[in-house]
Design a protein around this ligand. Structure first.
Ligand SMILES: [Zn+2]
Length: 231
């Protein structure tokens, strides 16, 4: 029997993660406001859970609790993070690391569920988030917040890597090596899966990461490499 992550017989090392270890956490729906490129559309706010043998890793944490400005501007429908986690067999206490793609309010709103847990963010993003109106400051700064600054590409755990991608000064996407191929959590580098077909620079950058499939913060559709079977 081949043991994931080891190579006793000199054969190919298999990724330790399965495609089935990666979950989309649909935490909210919101109505994009008048100043947004998708004004008038309703879209999801997704986070992601990676069930890793070294501990569960969550990527982004949703839009947070009721908030006067957010609720007026975005008319959100929320599903509480602990409930959504329990739906996939996890809970806040099982999370050993948080990765924020970026620090806009709809990606870090639930960070305070994780006091003392390392939160991996690009240093440039933490810097950008100090600006007024960039985000909701209390979502970022809470008792027990433990940010781990990352500069550029970095390994977070075996088989999990972050890589800078466009959207904000320190936006990052997450590469996950699985036995079903490489999964890329694009985050908000693109708004929708359709934008993979537009030939733009960001689509080209994401393609260069060699994804078998790709997941998005604000689109429930999964982009798959042509010819890649759905897994
Ligand atoms: Zn967003």
């Amino acid at each position: 029997m081949e043991i994931a992550g080891s190579n006793p017989a000199g054969g190919t090392i298999r990724p330790m993660l399965s495609r089935n270890d990666v979950f989309v956490l649909h935490l909210a729906d919101l109505l994009f406001p008048s100043w947004h490129p998708r004004a008038g559309e309703t879209g999801p706010v997704n986070a992601f859970l990676i069930r890793h043998r070294d501990g569960d890793i969550i990527v982004d944490t949703g839009i947070g609790p009721a908030h006067q400005f957010i609720d007026k501007a975005y008319r959100p429908v929320r599903w509480p993070l602990p409930d959504v986690l329990s739906g996939v067999g996890a809970r806040p206490a099982s999370i050993s690391a948080v990765i924020n793609t970026h620090l806009h309010f709809d990606h870090c709103g639930g960070n305070s569920f994780f006091p003392g847990v390392p939160i991996f963010v690009q240093a440039a993003e933490l810097e950008a988030a100090t600006a007024a109106d960039y985000t909701i400051q209390e979502f970022v700064h809470f008792a027990g917040a433990r940010y781990k600054r990352v500069d550029g590409e970095a390994d977070i755990a075996p088989g999990i890597r972050v890589v800078p991608t466009p959207h904000t000064p320190g936006h990052q996407s997450v590469i996950i090596e699985t036995d079903g191929g490489r999964i890329v959590i694009a985050g908000q580098a693109l708004e929708t899966a359709d934008e993979m077909d537009n030939g733009g620079d960001t689509a080209a950058l994401l393609l260069s990461l060699a994804p078998a499939c790709m997941l998005f913060s604000h689109d429930d559709r999964v982009w798959r490499k042509p010819g890649q079977r759905a897994v």
